[in-house]
Design a protein around this ligand. Structure first.
Ligand SMILES: Nc1ncnc2c1ncn2[C@@H]1O[C@H](COP(=O)(O)OP(=O)(O)OP(=O)(O)O)[C@@H](O)[C@H]1O
Length: 480
């Protein structure tokens, strides 16, 4: 049933957009933020605490004015937070004693980056210090990223970060499943900053490179050089932060790097395949810091966005992709944008090699094998790996004889997922997970189904509220 509180939402949205301007409105009041009227209150539904604090700090008077003009009476502004992953009171939350209020330690967006002892003004414009694997090809740009309902906010936040260099919010954490464009967005930030702030020292690396560099610096007693490389950045961009999971010493080093940068007004941008609260074995101190700025999720694109991405990628290569071909590829390859791109490349290569017309028949012929294999792409070992990593279990734990709940529950979940995603028979699944018989798999499947139906049931994993959330996390890491 439609919630009557939101009957005035279109008018409220128009009135707020009118006051704050289209671009701010798109960033702070886009998908995920609701506006409604409940008695004497203008209710603002926000995705997390960060949004609440930001909107409360910057836009309450605009909201009040918009509320009065639409409702014809004065309304107070109330907030409703939707994101259950946000820290509760007393859990992981930014510690006020750790520094001055955020705005005091950030630069004005309008100002160029001030020179500092480490970045003298007369130094030639430094290049982006970037991941080795990506050297040699141009950085991807933000304006090449095709937004959809599940990625518009992430794109807007990246654009805001590139323009304001952390003066708006700091850090920015982008999280989402495999191949959904996290690296593209990070590169886009680096690319835009290197154009618009040519004096800025941008350090753009993966967490793996940070870790290896740190270990090497410890081995070779060159920690000072390592630290100065990272701590003198004006903008630090770190990809795949989940790689730091369970690496205590590197996490500590990263935390000190983070503190040094943020306290001197440098911007920090991070990407991870999980929400920072769900990265296994991340210290509370570091998690707190990652949650202290803006955390945005990148969702898998919907069919319309998949089609738009395909058309844009083809257009960038000078090809007009027929609607039927875009639709066919978008319909059959859904797991990630990387997969979509691969399929497009394959179709375009077929067209050019055979000299045939780029049409639906050619797309079907060139993708026949890819699509057949995609349907069977999830293997039992993928399920095992995803479950063990989500539950932080040893790689062979699910095959063991253990009867402890910490293992039996994840094992049941793995069996359930195996039925859902692999098409393997009950007997095959039972055999794979430690030589169990098919009736064990059947009862595991039933059990998990009953957990899922019981919404009140506590999840099996700290940090998740329901079983459905746990399942979604495992499926995310499977890339399904
Ligand atoms: N919305 C989008 N518009 C245009 N291109 C996109 C979009 N999303 C992803 N891509 C493209 O998909 C490919 C994979 O993206 P990317 O490498 O950024 O994903 P990722 O999330 O970092 O993956 P991983 O988790 O494996 O690190 C890239 O070529 C990127 O340009």
């Amino acid at each position: 049933m439609a919630d009557r509180r939101f009957e005035l939402e279109p008018a409220l949205r128009a009135a707020v957009a009118e006051r704050v301007g289209e671009s701010r409105f798109g960033l702070w009041f886009g998908d995920g933020v609701r506006l409604g009227v409940d008695g004497d209150a203008l209710t603002v539904g926000v995705p997390n605490r960060f949004f609440r604090d930001w909107i409360r700090g910057k836009y309450v008077s605009d909201l009040e004015a918009a509320g009065s003009s639409v409702a014809g009476r004065r309304l107070r502004v109330d907030f409703e937070i939707a994101d259950e992953l946000e820290p509760g009171v007393g859990e992981v939350a930014p510690a006020p004693s750790e520094g001055p209020p955020p705005d005091d330690r950030r630069r004005s967006p309008a100002l160029p980056i001030p020179s500092s002892p480490s970045t003298p003004a007369d130094r030639p414009a430094p290049p982006v210090d970037r991941p080795r694997a990506r050297r040699g090809r141009p950085l991807r740009r933000l304006d090449e990223f095709v937004p959809g309902p599940g990625s518009r906010l992430a794109l807007a936040a990246c654009a805001e970060m590139a323009d304001a260099l952390g003066s708006g919010f700091n850090p920015l954490v982008v999280h989402g499943g495999i191949g959904l464009g996290k690296t593209h967005l990070l590169e886009g930030i680096a690319e835009r900053i290197s154009r618009t702030h040519p004096g800025a020292r941008v350090v753009h690396q993966t967490a793996e490179a940070f870790t290896n560099g740190f270990l090497e610096a410890m081995r070779s007693a060159s920690l000072n050089a390592f630290r100065s490389r990272y701590r003198t950045a004006d903008v630090l961009i770190i990809d795949d932060v989940h790689f730091l999971a369970a690496k205590r010493a590197t996490q500590d080093e990263f935390q000190h790097t983070f503190d040094a940068l943020v306290s001197s007004g440098s911007a920090v941008v991070l990407a991870s395949d999980q929400h920072p609260r769900l990265i296994p074995r991340l210290t509370d101190e570091l998690a707190t810091r990652l949650l202290g700025g803006m955390v945005v999720k990148l969702e898998a694109p919907d069919p319309a966005t998949r089609r738009a991405i395909l058309k844009a990628k083809a257009a960038a290569r000078g090809v007009t992709l027929p609607d039927a071909v875009a639709e066919y590829i978008a319909e059959h390859l859904r797991a990630s944008v990387r997969e979509l791109e691969g399929a497009l490349n394959s179709v375009l290569a077929h067209a050019s090699l055979t000299g045939k017309r780029l049409d639906l028949a050619l797309a079907r012929a060139s993708l026949r094998d890819t699509i057949r294999h995609t349907a069977q792409a999830v293997a039992l070992k993928d399920i095992e790996r995803a479950v063990c990593s989500t539950f932080d279990l040893a790689p062979d734990a699910l095959k063991s004889d253990s009867r402890s709940r910490a293992v039996t529950h994840p094992r049941m979940l793995a069996m359930f997922l195996a039925r859902k995603h692999t098409g393997a028979a009950y007997s095959e699944i039972g055999r794979y997970f430690g030589g169990r018989n098919h009736s064990t798999v059947i009862s595991a499947e039933k059990k998990v189904r009953s957990w899922l139906e019981d919404e009140a049931r506590q999840s099996l994993l700290a940090g998740f509220e329901t079983m459905a959330d746990v399942l979604a996390a495992v499926e995310r890491s499977l890339g399904t």
